[in-house]
Structures are given as structure tokens and as C-alpha cells.
Write a protein that binds this ligand. Sequence first.
Ligand SMILES: NC(=O)c1ccc[n+]([C@@H]2O[C@H](COP(=O)([O-])OP(=O)(O)OC[C@H]3O[C@@H](n4cnc5c(N)ncnc54)[C@H](O)[C@@H]3O)[C@@H](O)[C@H]2O)c1
Length: 357
Amino acid sequence: MTPLRILLGGLGVRGRHWAEVLHRSPRTEIAAYADPNPAAIERMAAQYGDRPAFESVETALDSLPDIDAIVLANPPIGRLTQVNAAAARRLPLLIEKPLALELGEAAALVSIAEAAQIPLMVGLNFRFLGVTIETMRLFAENTVGTPEFARFTYERYRDGNRPDLNKYPLTMDQPMLWEQSIHHFDLMRYIYGSDPVTVQARTWNPSWSMYESDANVAALFTLQNGMVINYQGTWQSGWSQPGFEWRTDCTNGVISQRHQFGDLFYARHADESLTPVPLPPHEQWITETQGLLDAFTDTVIDGKPLQCSGRDHVMSLAMVYACVLSSREDRCVQINSVLPQKLGGFIQLDGGAKHYK
Ligand SMILES: NC(=O)c1ccc[n+]([C@@H]2O[C@H](COP(=O)([O-])OP(=O)(O)OC[C@H]3O[C@@H](n4cnc5c(N)ncnc54)[C@H](O)[C@@H]3O)[C@@H](O)[C@H]2O)c1
């Protein structure tokens, strides 16, 4: 089988994960690089070998007739021209989350890809973690019954000035929500197989925050299936040590995930202690990104149904925006009311329902 020739755009922190995964996969090869920063290209070439390199995706596509697909790990700003260029050449796209920082723009990107009949997958790698797959299995096997409510806490002191982290979140609007909570909201929809109905949220910035905009969010979601989820996330925790717990209370027990990349437990109602769930070996940022890439190549090469579609992602982005609105206007927001008209107010859930119901 000839590997897919991939144009890799955006060669920063996330681009380096992608380079490693594309390099390891027998189904892909890195055909070219695109990044406006020459130092990023040099660093990539030193590690993964010289390739034709361009300052933009558009110029790369103008010069290279033999690209099969594009992986984009640039910041989520100004992706319209890139998606248009890919659509003009009918090239499948795998684009990092969040697809855009504005719902209308995200809907426009989805519409362009759908009109060109090209897959547009979003980089929701956390769906492919062993811990996520095992949680789905616990639900599928009815280990502790049906989920009814949950508490999701994510506490991190994220030093945005660390050299190995991207810098744009320091100055963007609502960095915690758009950059981090988007993963959590997507996972909630995916794991519970249900879309959100309402949210009441508050965002704020601690006095010591290094971020210009809010690093904290607290939100109470209701889902279509009746689930109530209490969410709290921060990038500016008062403690340098991270905290994570995602606990789901079910009709006959609880499921508890205690690390964002692992540590899964369950307890039946009368159990005195939690039972650990064995998880497969995991190389952080790589294993789950490989899972995402496999899903992409399964679609592009084998014609399997698209997972993590842009259309599905718009609903998770709507959760983010509804939190912003709820906090700003101090009210409960109906998630449907913020969905872009361009998508006809209709989002098809490609999440977990089919896996366990
Ligand atoms: N899925 C995940 O787990 C995960 C993890 C980290 C980052 N991300 C996402 O990846 C994306 C990039 O984040 P990052 O941390 O790598 O940022 P970064 O700032 O480290 O790197 C971004 C790179 O994109 C380049 N770039 C800027 N404009 C470009 C353009 N028009 N075309 C091509 N390249 C361009 C920059 O020069 C830089 O090299 C964001 O959307 C972010 O949310 C996802």
C-alpha cells in the first residue's frame, strides 16, 4: 500500500506530536511542511528530515500536485483560506481543535468541506485514550448501571510562559474554555452519548492569573438524556500539582477517572472501596493521537464513517460559547439557541451513543 502523502501545517507543540505519529504510521508519510516560522521548519527538518517547506498551506498546495491529505496544527485563527484551498483540490482535512474561535466561522468551515465532499476531522485525541475506551466499555457492559449525574474537575497550574507551551492562549479571549474545556465538553457528549440542552456558567480570572482573559470556568450542564454535569476547570490553580476527577454516579454505583490520561476505577453501590480498571500501555500525546490518525486513514483510505466530524464538533463549540454567554449575561443558556443557522440548527451526534446503547 502506498502511504498517504500528508502536508503538515503548523509545526509548533502539537505539530511535533503529529510529526511523530505521521512518521510512525505505515499508512502515512510527511510529504511537506508549512509554517510561516522558518525556525519551526528547521527544527522539524532536523528531526524528521528535509521536505519541501512553505510559509503557508496555500502556497504549498499551489506548488505540490501530489498531496493526498492535510493535517493542520496551526492556531485556530484564519483557517478559512486553508480550508478553501483544500476544498478546491478535494483534499481530506484533519484539523486541530478548536476548529475556530467563533461558531459562525466553524460552521462555514464545515459547510465548505461538506460542499466539496471532503472529510473534515477535528483533533479530538482524548476520545482515543485507553481510559476513554474502557469507560465506554464499563457503560456498555452495564457494570454500574445507567449514568444520571457527574462531577468533572480539572485543576492545573498551566505556566503559559513555559518554553514548551504555545503562547497565544496568554492573550486570547477565554483560553481555558476554547483551548482546554473543549476537550472535556466533547468527552462528556461522547461518553454519555447525549447532546447538551442547557448551561448555567461562570467564568473568572484569579488575581494571580498570567492569562489576560478568564482561566477559570464553573458550569452546570443538563443533557438530553437527563444527565446533570457539574464542571469546574482551571488553568491557574493555586497549587502547582494537578488535580483531576471525573466521577459519574450511576443507578448501581460510580465510575471515577482520576487522571486525565488514565487511572480508572468503579465501585458498585455497596462496595467499600474502588476497583481499579486495567488500562493498556500509553505514551502520552502519542498513543491517543495515533488512534485519531488511524480513524482518519480508515476514512480516507478505507471509506469508513468519519469520526470526530467538524459538524459534530460544532455542538461542543456551542457548549463553550454558551458558557461565555451564560457568564456574561448571568443567565441559563439553551445550547440550541447559539447553534449557527448555517448548519440548519441540526448537528448529527457522532459520539458514543451507538457504542453502548
Ligand atoms: N489535541 C491536543 O491534545 C492539542 C494539544 C496542543 C495543542 N492543540 C491544538 O493545536 C493547535 C496548535 O497549537 P500548538 O500548541 O501547537 O501552538 P504553537 O503556537 O506551539 O504552534 C503553532 C504553529 O503554527 C504556526 N502557524 C501560525 N500560523 C500558521 C499558518 N497560517 N499556517 C501554518 N502554520 C502556522 C506557528 O508558526 C507555530 O509554529 C491549536 O489549535 C491547539 O489548540 C491540540
